[in-house]
Design a protein around this ligand. Structure first.
Ligand code: BG6
Length: 476
């Protein structure tokens, strides 16, 4: 367990992520006895809270989150607040004093839940007052995605961080990897023998990875419009991580380096997208009404939907397309992997029903963490007719609590386990995949396609399938 004395310092404590994810996750860890008795959680932000008003603010947000609220008082006692500007050297002096006065055995986690353009300034500010030096305890820095804006900016950010931090101190978070259902991809593949013999180009026709959301940009329009876009916001990080977990070779162990070694090999094997054929490899679109969202620049080309066709050029996956898509304002909230197998080599039951349909393995990431296999079976009765049936299993049992991704990840930082955090070479390999597409899009004067809110995106998203008969699967 994470029963280790430390201080959790959250920059951007009043922001969306801290309010909706980080503080609730720390509260859950507290309720489960995962936080040592002396752990203190310091919120930092510009809003002028005092400790008392901050505690009241957080209490109001957390009340009712855990049934009975029996542990709420204890959690609130852990909270403190430091108001200040992240560009003011005086703020870091004050933080230095706070850390010195705090009985946390000099172990400190700094969580950057702020705009990425502040990452360098905060790191410099902390370094200038000696807060990143590991003299007695440890110092860890958690950095939210995106790590950079593209490859050159990711490299520049890394160079700045390296001046003050060792790689072991940096936790590049991708919360998708913390989802139990995403970790289950590894377990499904490597704890069972029935999938692995089929998990290659001989038996798999193609793989689809979908993350769809019903909400629009949801109050983040100005940030999303400037620094987001579906390719940068979702595909560069979350969806490429899912692809890596699906396509990687078995790691030699569960250690951070063994896992990340295998993931990075996959990311580096992705064939560069042929930008001269971009229209059939990548599709971008905006939901109707995006331009009217407050904070969106007039005439913005930022995509709220992206679909991409990728190939992993290695022995296992040569010739197998991986189709990735994600969008906001779509018909359903759903994340899933759909693996389509090749047809049986001989069609013995041709014309007798569903024999021509391929087998599918569907893995739900959210909301359902189900695993479904579609197979062909005989229709009961005198005639020899076939139909498609589904073998269906839910990964979680009714009543089982599903931990939020952030709970697991925040606990891993306390434990010093970096297996679920991204290594620098993974991040750069992922930028190398998406950068050429984003660059080509930025030079394209045509506006993105439009799709109606509540639809499954633009019809043209089928273009990534070329002249094959493949279609997107929308449901599990
Ligand atoms: C975030 C993206 O990283 O992931 C958001 O910035 C997106 O745009 C979110 O909505 C999706 O994650 P989840 O866990 O809510 O499905």
């Amino acid at each position: 367990c994470g029963n280790i004395s430390h201080a959790y310092v959250i920059f951007g404590a009043t922001g969306n992520l801290a309010t909706h994810k980080l503080l609730p996750a720390l509260y859950q860890l507290h309720c489960q006895g995962q936080l040592a008795a002396d752990v203190e959680i310091l919120g930092c932000g510009r809003s002028p809270f005092t400790q008392a008003t901050w505690q009241a603010e957080v209490r109001a947000k957390l009340v009712g989150l855990v049934e009975g609220d029996a542990h709420l008082d204890g959690f609130i006692q852990r909270l403190d607040y430091l108001a200040g500007s992240l560009t003011d050297p005086g703020f870091y002096q004050a933080l230095h004093t706070w850390v010195g006065d705090n009985g946390c055995e000099n172990n400190v986690i700094f969580y950057l839940s702020v705009s990425p353009d502040l990452y360098v300034g905060v790191t410099d500010g902390l370094a200038n007052v000696g807060l990143l030096q590991e003299t007695s305890g440890w110092r860890r820095m958690v950095i939210e995605k995106p790590f950079g804006y593209d490859l050159p900016s990711a490299q520049a950010l890394q160079r700045s961080l390296e001046q003050h931090l060792k790689e072991e101190q940096i936790y590049r978070i991708d919360h998708y990897v913390g989802k139990a259902s995403v970790q289950n991809l590894l377990v499904l593949r490597f704890a069972n023998v029935i999938l692995e013999p089929l998990w290659n180009r001989h038996y798999i026709d193609h793989v689809q990875i979908t993350h769809s959301e019903t909400v629009g940009v949801d109050g983040r329009a100005s940030y999303y419009d400037r620094s987001g876009g579906a390719m940068r916001d979702m595909i560069q990080s979350h969806l490429l991580q899912v692809l890596a977990l699906l396509a990687m070779e078995p790691p030699v162990s569960q250690t951070a380096e063994a896992l990340r070694d295998e993931k990075v090999k996959v990311l580096k094997s992705i064939r560069p997208v042929d930008v001269s054929q971009l229209a059939t490899h990548a599709v971008r679109a905006q939901y109707a009404g995006y331009q009217q969202e407050e904070g969106v620049t007039a005439g913005s080309h930022t995509e709220t939907y992206a679909a991409l066709q990728l190939y992993v050029d290695n022995w296992r996956w040569q010739g197998v397309p991986f189709y990735l898509r994600t969008g906001k304002g779509l018909a359903e909230k759903r994340s899933m992997v759909s693996v389509c197998f090749k047809p049986a080599p001989v069609s013995l039951f041709q014309g007798q029903g569903a024999s021509a349909l391929p087998n599918w393995l569907m893995i739900g990431i959210q909301p359902e963490d189900a695993v479904r296999m579609e197979i062909t079976a005989k229709v009961p009765g005198l005639e020899m007719r076939t139909r498609q049936i589904t073998m269906d299993a839910s990964v979680s049992s009714p009543g089982e609590r599903k931990a939020e991704a952030y709970e697991e990840l925040l606990l891993d930082v306390i434990k010093g386990d970096r297996a679920l955090f991204l290594r620098y070479d993974e991040v750069t390999a992922a930028w190398q995949v998406v950068d050429p597409v984003m660059q080509a899009w930025s030079l394209d004067e045509h506006p993105p396609l439009q799709y109606p809110l509540g639809s499954w995106g633009p019809k043209a998203a089928e273009r990534v399938f070329g002249d094959s008969l493949r279609v997107w699967r929308h449901s599990l």
